[in-house]
Design a protein around this ligand. Structure first.
Ligand code: ADP
Length: 491
């Protein structure tokens, strides 16, 4: 009985490798995709924030250019209404003072660098100040980072996205988007780029952690399953092929067996025909003599003719039996070097289902370290081994399944290749032993009694012998001896 899981470990290994490699490839592709998306988002965030902050530079530069007279009103005070992220605008007219000495310092640097300059930063609260030194009036902007973020164009969902976005500078951080805290195991992506404004040299930082749970497990499992289906199909196909080959092989052996049996049959028939034909001859000769007598003994002659007719009918029956049996012409192959072990193994393989069914585990002992090559006609050799195995199996049928033993041994002995087949079946009674190779000798119900006689004939035709003996403590042993192949030489 074959079960689906009784598949060779090679197949399991192949599946494991294919499934593992495929799943790893799928996971890698997913990680690459996630990283690409992350990098793209990082670049978009950087561009958006840069675009926002350079506006402050522009605003300050514009204010510095459009210097207004000290008494011309305060148009810059309208800026917070236009830019919600500008919380306040401070100005210092010529001779005036800043509210904060840090502003004065920044203004001095701004004049030196000829661009706006950072006066103060409080990133945890999202605040900083930007100053431009100009004549006669200098300006300072109070900026709110949170309001600077252009959420309308933001590439991620700020609440749900796992990406953490920060603005960093000099050890301070402003959290733009909280994202997800990185887990212990998995993969981390990082993005860091300084804003495209010289005055506001904040780093835009993005971080993304991908945990194991985020891998595309469903797709990976589907792949493993698909591989299992494909390999399962391959296993089934292979099994089917082996079974078909086995069936073809059995059929072929069957045909050869029939063919060879017919040869034996013919020999048997010749033997059987001999007797009635002799009787016919004797009776007709007697009848002619009786009719030649004077007066002719007609009644006795009639009786003799009657017997001759009966014997002729018996002979006709024998011929009829032969005719019914003969359908195909014989075929004989040429002898060549054949590895004995291989032939035995292939016969065992061929009959494996029969052995399984009878719970017989044949043991093949090879006493020779090198292959034993015999000079044989391969089909005839197969035929002999097959017959011996079939006979052993039949002999073992009468034993309880657990006690059945079948041993085969291949060895070299005195310039011959030797195969012995021993079983612990019912054995052969000593008085029957000399007769078992006779044609038509059988103790089996429905047996033809031609198997062993055929095997012996085949073995003899190849220059070998087949012998039977009792095995100890019980059973029978058949020993086939064949000449070693010429290139082997006697061992
Ligand atoms: P069949 O199998 O048709 O009887 P065989 O020529 O193969 O013809 O065998 C002849 C007889 O030899 C069998 O009927 C059986 O009595 C005996 N025989 C053959 N092989 C064995 C064996 N392994 N154990 C016992 N008896 C056997």
């Amino acid at each position: 009985m074959k079960h689906w899981w009784r598949v060779g470990s090679g197949w399991w290994l192949a599946w494991l490798l294919l499934a593992g490699a495929g799943a790893a490839w799928i996971a890698r592709a997913e990680l690459i995709q996630l990283q690409e998306d992350f990098d793209t988002n990082g670049r978009i965030v950087h561009r958006l924030l840069s675009q926002q902050v350079v506006q402050y530079d522009a605003v300050l530069a514009t204010l510095a250019l459009l210097q207004t007279a000290p008494d011309a009103g305060r148009p810059e005070q309208r800026l917070p209404a236009v830019y919600p992220s500008i919380l306040a605008v401070e100005r210092r007219d010529a001779g005036g003072e800043w509210s904060d000495p840090a502003l004065a310092k920044a203004e001095a640097r701004s004049r030196e660098l000829r661009r706006p300059e950072l006066a103060m930063q409080d990133l945890p609260r999202g605040r900083y100040r930007l100053v431009i030194g100009a004549t006669p009036t200098s300006y300072a902007l109070d900026i709110d980072l949170a309001a600077t973020v252009p959420w309308r164009d933001w590439p991620m969902d700020p609440k749900a996205s796992p990406v953490r976005v920060l603005v960093e500078r000099a050890g301070q951080q402003f959290v733009v988007q909280a994202g997800r805290e990185p887990g212990a195991r998995g993969w981390s992506f990082d993005f860091r780029k300084v804003l495209a404004s010289e005055s506001q040299s904040f780093d835009v930082v993005a971080q993304r952690h991908v945990g194991w749970s985020e891998l595309p497990w469903a797709r990976m499992a589907a792949w493993a399953l698909a591989m299992a289906v494909v390999l399962g199909g391959a296993v089934a196909l292979r099994r089917q092929r082996i079974e078909r080959r086995r069936a073809e092989e059995l059929l072929r052996l069957g045909q050869v067996a029939r063919l060879n049996a017919l040869g034996e049959l013919a020999a048997g028939m010749a033997h059987e025909l001999n007797q009635p034909l002799t009787a016919v001859l004797a009776n007709t000769q007697a009848a002619r003599r009786l009719l030649d007598d004077d007066p002719p003994e007609i009644d006795t002659a009639r009786g003799a003719m009657q017997q001759a007719a009966e014997q002729a009918r018996r002979a006709a029956d024998v011929v009829g039996r032969l005719r019914r049996a003969i359908e195909r012409p014989g075929q004989a192959g040429a002898a060549r070097s054949v590895p004995l072990q291989d032939t035995v193994r292939s016969a065992l393989h061929l009959l494996a289902p029969e052995f399984d069914r009878r719970a017989i585990a044949p043991v093949l002992e090879a006493h020779s370290p090198t292959p034993v090559n015999v000079q044989a006609e391969p089909v005839a050799l197969e035929q002999i081994v097959h017959n011996l195995l079939m006979n052993a199996m039949q002999a073992l049928d009468e034993l309880p399944a657990s006690e059945r033993q079948l041993r085969l041994a291949v060895e070299r002995e005195g310039g011959q290749g030797v195969l012995s087949v021993s079983d612990n079946g019912r054995g052969i009674a000593p008085d029957l032993l000399p007769r078992i190779f006779e044609p038509f000798f059988t103790t089996r119900e429905g047996g033809l009694g031609l198997g062993l006689s055929l095997c012996e004939t085949l073995a003899g035709a190849m220059g070998g012998t087949l012998a039977a003996e009792a095995a100890s403590p019980r059973g029978a042993r058949f020993t086939l001896r064949l000449p070693l192949a010429t290139q082997e030489g006697p061992a």
